[in-house]
Ligand binder design. Structure first.
Ligand SMILES: O=C(O)C1=C[C@@H](OP(=O)(O)O)[C@@H](O)[C@H](O)C1
Ligand SMILES: C=C(OP(=O)(O)O)C(=O)O
Length: 426
């Protein structure tokens, strides 16, 4: 159980742990590249550790030494048939991206996950991978995990994504490494582009044209990677600082890739003062120190075109919208329904429990700003982003908020509580 209570301000200088999306991809690409890669700044959260454990079961040696990871890559065709079922735990990224890689192997693999992941849609990756020639099965005709992958000779395809999703795009691009000919994916609104950036960094032949990415079969060479801080983790502190006038927070070394930085745009539109300083580049990614000053926020509209750039940040944005002046309307966010929980209905129900006026919409929600936030007991429903968003809610509430099921925070942010304590002034 975690209890958070009203603060007078948020202040300090912090670092957040490594980016989850980039940490997964670093293990994956290092495993299928030739030679030893060293990864610094890796996120030791449960999701990324699931990826490590799956690649170990595929015969890759991965050593963890004082926070640094060494991966002995065996090249595109160096993985070996796992003796047992692979377990992606709670991690959609692990399951979907690995399925893309496993589709090009000459062996059978089965990948499962926890209760939440076994309910999440897998047909979205099975369809394009089957078009490439892979045999992908699973429960309900391949709609649900466990996913059974029989690697085949693959053909390149041109695929228009039915929804903007980096996980679908990445599964197809990774399978494209093993295909005859080029593989192209196109999406309406661009989703996070870490896979294409990291593939280029490992030496793959990638071409990009607006929202279209093409990969050609390529040999990957080992690289050393430093993972930037995760903007999706930073978001909880950014949002809290932005919503509490008098706060001033610096978060150092955060990944500010423009396909992920929608939270900066929205908080700025809500009135917060945000500056990004000390900008650097590493491994194809942009990194900076984020400075945030809190103010009285205003409600905004958050709609389809920006959703992929802040999809995981919506739970915490919904919480601080309750303190803003006016209404915040979030639309075009149907994808929230297929995350660790249905994040629209889960957030609406938990926010209502503490007195926030919020209406569920078919594709989002509407939060009536300026409502009084009461104390109370809420539940994470096993969803790490819900648990952390509701912990931030407690900082804004009149009475303490008790969050049940907070252990799921370890999925993406094991040090969340300590860092939170370090920035709270009462
Ligand atoms: O590719 C990734 O690393 C991720 C992509 C997003 O999911 P979708 O691709 O399903 O939108 C995001 O919500 C998830 O936390 C991580
Ligand atoms: C949706 C998330 O992750 P995944 O899809 O990898 O489970 C998340 O971290 O919010």
């Amino acid at each position: 159980m975690l209890i958070t209570s009203k603060v007078s301000k948020i202040q300090g200088k912090i670092k957040v742990p490594g980016d989850k999306s980039i940490s997964h991809r670093a293990i994956m690409l290092a495993s299928i590249s030739e030679g030893k890669s060293v990864i610094d700044g890796f996120l030791f959260g449960e999701d990324c550790l699931s990826t490590v454990s799956c690649f170990r079961k595929l015969g890759i040696s991965i050593n963890i030494n004082e926070g640094q990871i060494e991966v002995e890559g065996k090249g595109l065709y160096g993985l070996s048939e796992p003796e047992d079922i692979l377990d992606a735990g709670n991690s959609g990224t692990t399951m979907r991206l690995m399925t893309g890689i496993l589709a090009g192997q000459s062996f059978l693999s089965i990948i499962t996950g926890d209760d939440s992941l076994r309910k999440r849609p897998m047909e979205r990756i099975a369809l394009p991978l089957r078009k490439m020639g892979a045999s992908i099965n699973g429960r309900k005709g391949g709609k649900l995990a466990p996913v059974v992958i029989e690697g085949k000779n693959l053909e390149g395809i041109e695929y228009i994504l039915p929804v903007s999703s980096a996980q679908i795009k990445s599964a197809v691009l990774l399978a494209g490494l093993y295909a005859d000919g080029e593989t192209t994916v196109e999406e309406d609104v661009q989703s996070r582009d870490h896979t294409e950036k990291m593939l280029e960094f490992f030496g793959a032949k990638i071409t990009k044209d607006n929202n279209r990415v093409t990969v050609s079969p390529s040999v990957l060479k080992a690289q050393n990677i430093t993972v930037p801080g995760d903007i999706s983790s930073a978001a909880f502190f950014m949002a809290a600082a932005a919503a509490i006038p008098g706060s001033y927070l610096i978060i150092e070394g955060v990944g500010i890739n423009q396909t992920r930085s929608g939270i900066i745009d929205v908080l700025t539109e809500m009135g917060a003062k945000i500056q990004v300083e000390n900008i650097k580049h590493s491994g194809g990614e942009e990194i900076g120190d984020i400075h945030i000053e809190g103010v009285n926020l205003k409600g905004v509209n958050i709609s389809k075109a920006i959703i992929p750039r802040l999809i995981d940040e919506i739970p915490v944005l919904a919480v601080i919208a309750a303190k803003a002046e006016g209404i915040t309307r979030i639309t075009g966010a149907e994808e929230l329904k297929v995350k660790e929980t249905n994040r629209i209905s889960t957030m609406v129900s938990e926010m209502k429990k503490v007195g926030i006026e919020v209406n569920e919409l078919p594709d989002g929600m509407e939060i009536i700003g300026g409502s009084k936030i009461n104390g109370g007991t809420v539940e994470s429903h096993g969803d790490h982003r819900v648990a952390m968003a509701m912990a931030i809610c407690g900082l804004l509430a009149d009475e303490p908020i008790k969050i049940l099921g907070n252990e799921c925070i370890d999925i993406s942010f094991p040090d969340f509580e300590n860092i939170l304590k370090s920035v709270c002034s009462y």
